[in-house]
Design a protein around this ligand. Structure first.
Ligand SMILES: Nc1ncnc2c1ncn2[C@@H]1O[C@H](COP(=O)(O)OP(=O)(O)O)[C@@H](O)[C@H]1O
Ligand SMILES: [Mg+2]
Length: 248
């Protein structure tokens, strides 16, 4: 499918530690150009650490992170952003005292200002008409869902080739979750590759092309999303089947 276009991002045997805590254990991922790839897994298994390792917030102790054929694991975060990787991280990290528009403009900070900035703003406003109405509003006063939209919009302003999302549906109502996933699909159809961490496995597998499952820092399963949806182990662990309480 999409992978004919080649690989965009690779982890090759990545190990990541926090002090003595060994979090990612010999992890390999392959993200093809044009794909939506989901990263599933329970609490504390290393999902956010994966995203932080891509962005350079955490450095691997061994192994390689390769973007567009080049190792990037030694590069600073800002350099990775310049090369086309944009994060939508946990807790969204907007600038709460700045307006929606100012937050969006900051997403383009690695590029020269010019007519493209206005074009990109229009593109974001097309995806999120609400943001246009609210462009003068102080970001910290937006609802959780609106803040998530601004965070995604801000990532798009960098014209990234890869967007890394850490739990985009967290804290959102079911309706907003649907909207956010719909937007993610639209962004992907416009050509941006997406690597996303999700607790909401059913939703993630419904839009992803492929997925990886992490368990205590190791990849225990991977494959096409459609196949993983049918996998009994996945259904039991992540898709809400057999939710019979052991205590009952
Ligand atoms: N900055 C840090 N310092 C020490 N331990 C950390 C740090 N960040 C995460 N951890 C630990 O690493 C493990 C994996 O964390 P994380 O990648 O955030 O998990 P997930 O996102 O899958 O829930 C957890 O046990 C967490 O407590
Ligand atoms: Mg996490």
């Amino acid at each position: 499918m999409q992978r004919e276009l080649g690989l965009l991002l690779e982890f090759r045997g990545v190990n990541t530690h926090y002090g003595d805590l060994h979090v990612l254990k010999d992890v390999s991922y392959e993200i093809g150009r044009g794909e939506i790839v989901a990263l599933l897994g329970g609490n504390a298994c290393g999902k956010s650490t994966t995203m932080k390792t891509i962005m350079g917030v955490v450095r691997p102790t061994s192994g390689s992170v390769i973007f567009e054929g080049q190792p990037i694991e030694r590069l600073r975060t800002a350099e990775r952003v310049k090369r086309g990787i944009a994060p939508v991280l946990e807790a969204r990290r907007l600038f709460p005292r700045m307006t929606v528009l100012e937050n969006l403009e900051l997403g383009a900070y690695t590029r020269k200002r010019g007519p493209e900035l206005a074009e990109d703003l229009e593109r974001v406003y097309e995806l999120f008409p609400r943001m246009k109405e609210r462009r003068g509003q102080i970001a910290g006063t937006l609802s959780g869902g609106e803040q998530q939209m601004v965070a995604i919009g801000r990532a798009l302003m960098a014209r990234p080739r890869l967007i890394c999302m850490d739990e985009p549906s967290m804290g959102l109502s079911p309706l907003l979750v649907e909207q956010v996933f719909d937007i993610i699909q639209q962004i992907n159809r416009q050509g941006t590759t997406i690597f996303m961490v999700e607790q909401n496995a059913a939703m993630a597998l419904s839009i992803a092309h492929r997925a990886y499952v992490l368990q205590t820092g190791q990849v225990v399963l991977s494959g096409e999303a459609a196949k993983l949806r049918e996998n009994p182990a996945i259904r039991e662990a992540y898709l809400g089947e057999l939710q019979v309480s052991a205590a009952a």
